[in-house]
Design a protein around this ligand. Structure first.
Ligand SMILES: Cc1cc2nc3c(=O)[nH]c(=O)nc-3n(C[C@H](O)[C@H](O)[C@H](O)COP(=O)(O)OP(=O)(O)OC[C@H]3O[C@@H](n4cnc5c(N)ncnc54)[C@H](O)[C@@H]3O)c2cc1C
Length: 457
């Protein structure tokens, strides 16, 4: 528990107005998109690494837990301050420090909003690969901590593929620098990849050097529909087995199609059982040739209908159907559990068929859609009441889904992470010995376990 002495000491470490302790001021910093809420006793802001170092050194001495926070859009409770943690908000550390197109890199502070960076880079004909759908709100620090990515991860990867180096303060208050400013480098252990996706349990990120790429502004958008899941899965495999890597490759199942038809006035034809939204990107002079080639590959597979968007309005319409899904789920049930499993794409048919069987067995509606090119499917379990959502039956159903995913050589989280919400399931995927090794690594970074304790591993 914090007392007045701690609040006073934080006020001495930080500038005026950088310490909140009134419940009314702190409330909004206690939740994330998991909908969990824990009232923080105190919220701190920082605008440089020295302040963060001083805060962590003080917390280390006083045994105070810290939860780093970007913008609280995470889905698993990662920035919810359990264990009497104080919240350390990085929202004021939002400067883009250097854009270096010659060396294809940018240096940013952790609180930069993803979209603000993308907008700056767009004007220079560059981009940073990771594009979570939350990019207008989420921070680069949060994206790195959760290894978050979106539709174009199928071609341009996740943060783990797009970071050159990091600077962070560990749980002892020491400042560490990892990585290089070159596209090659093999000195020491790869702490950059270890830190990325570590959900705020190893350190507080204070700076990141990101790998950027020249932008292909020409994009072609294609919708393909199918009469069966098998046909859609075969198409996904076929598209991923040829040289034009899709820019995006999104999938919707038959329940998703029913839902989209309901709110988008029969966007899909009758008897459509699955759909794919495919995009390719390329240079202006080659894009039509690439389109011709990809269409010839598509047509070699079994399909119901193919639509190529002819103008930006049609592109918008196709994406509007896909993007309408998440909010539309509320129209069929007030409560949902949104899983984000991933399997190798050759196992997608098996996954989707078995999910249908599980849905019938437990009498729970399951709506599946997502980033099929990565085998990353959002499995949405829909409920009419909170009681049903938290029931034993639902737990058993989830157990069965995760067992299925692991049997298909997949992972229980493709992009949301473990946080608090999925902590009970991690031992399904990671064996006892490896989990102990991970905890020992955490102990090296954070010997007093003050950084996001009891989350992730
Ligand atoms: C509408 C919506 C769409 C979404 N779409 C996607 C999607 O397409 N793909 C996807 O992967 N996710 C998606 N998400 C989830 C979420 O947006 C991502 O996890 C995002 O990266 C979180 O960023 P944030 O700034 O909000 O971080 P927060 O939620 O505040 O924090 C997330 C985690 O990062 C840690 N953290 C934050 N900053 C730091 C730091 N500086 N140092 C150390 N640890 C830190 C926190 O402690 C926490 O564990 C979506 C969420 C919403 C609400």
């Amino acid at each position: 528990m914090l007392n007045k002495k701690h609040i006073n000491n934080f006020q001495n470490i930080l500038p005026k107005n950088y310490v909140l302790s009134e419940p009314g001021d702190c409330w909004a910093y206690g939740y994330d998109n998991s909908k969990m809420h824990v009232m923080p006793e105190c919220v701190l802001f920082a605008n440089n690494k020295d302040q963060i170092q001083n805060i962590i050194k003080y917390c280390f001495t006083e045994n105070i837990s810290i939860t780093a926070r970007g913008r609280g859009t995470g889905n698993t409770g990662g920035s919810v301050p359990i264990n009497n943690s104080i919240v350390l908000s990085l929202e004021k550390m939002n400067k883009i420090l250097n854009i270096d197109t010659k060396n294809r890199l940018v240096v940013v502070e952790p609180g930069v909003i993803n979209k603000d960076l993308q907008d700056k880079l767009y004007n220079l004909n560059f981009f940073w690969g990771p594009d979570p759908s939350s990019l207008e709100y989420s921070t680069i620090g949060g994206n790195i901590a959760n290894n978050s990515a979106g539709p174009r991860a199928v071609k341009y990867g996740t943060p783990r593929d797009n970071i050159l180096g990091l600077e962070f303060v560990s749980g002892t208050g020491d400042i560490h620098k990892t990585g290089v400013k070159t596209s090659k480098g093999v000195v020491g252990l790869d702490l950059t990849r270890l830190f990325t996706g570590s959900e705020g349990i190893l350190g507080v990120l204070t700076q990141a050097t990101l790998k950027i790429l020249p932008l292909n502004k020409s994009i072609k958008t294609i919708e393909i529909t199918f009469e069966s899941i098998i046909d859609a899965s075969e198409m996904i495999i076929s598209l991923m087995s040829q040289p034009i890597t899709p820019y995006t490759l999104e999938f919707v199942d038959s329940e998703s199609i029913k839902l989209i038809n309901l709110i988008k006035h029969n966007h899909y034809d009758q008897n459509t059982k699955a759909g794919i939204l495919l995009e390719i990107d390329g240079e202006d002079e080659y894009i039509d040739l690439m389109l011709k080639k990809i269409i010839s590959i598509i047509k070699k597979n079994k399909l119901k209908k193919i639509t190529v968007a002819k103008n930006p309005l049609e592109v918008k319409k196709l994406w509007a159907a896909r993007k309408s899904l998440s909010p539309a789920l509320q129209s069929i049930g007030k409560y949902k559990i949104n899983e984000d499993i991933a399997v190798p794409i050759s196992n997608l048919t098996n996954l989707l068929n078995k999910l249908e069987e599980i849905s019938k067995e437990y009498n729970i509606k399951i709506v599946n859609f997502g980033h099929a090119g990565n085998g990353n499917i959002h499995v949405n379990l829909i409920f009419q009441s909170e009681k049903e959502k938290n029931s034993e039956k639902t737990k058993k159903c989830l157990d069965k889904i995760f067992d299925l995913v692991l049997n298909l050589e997949g992972t229980i989280s493709g992009e949301h992470g473990i946080g608090i919400i999925k902590k009970n399931y991690i031992q399904k995927e990671i064996n006892k010995e490896t989990l102990i090794l991970m905890k020992n690594i955490k102990n090296q970074f954070d010997p007093k376990n003050i950084l996001n304790p009891n989350k992730s591993i």
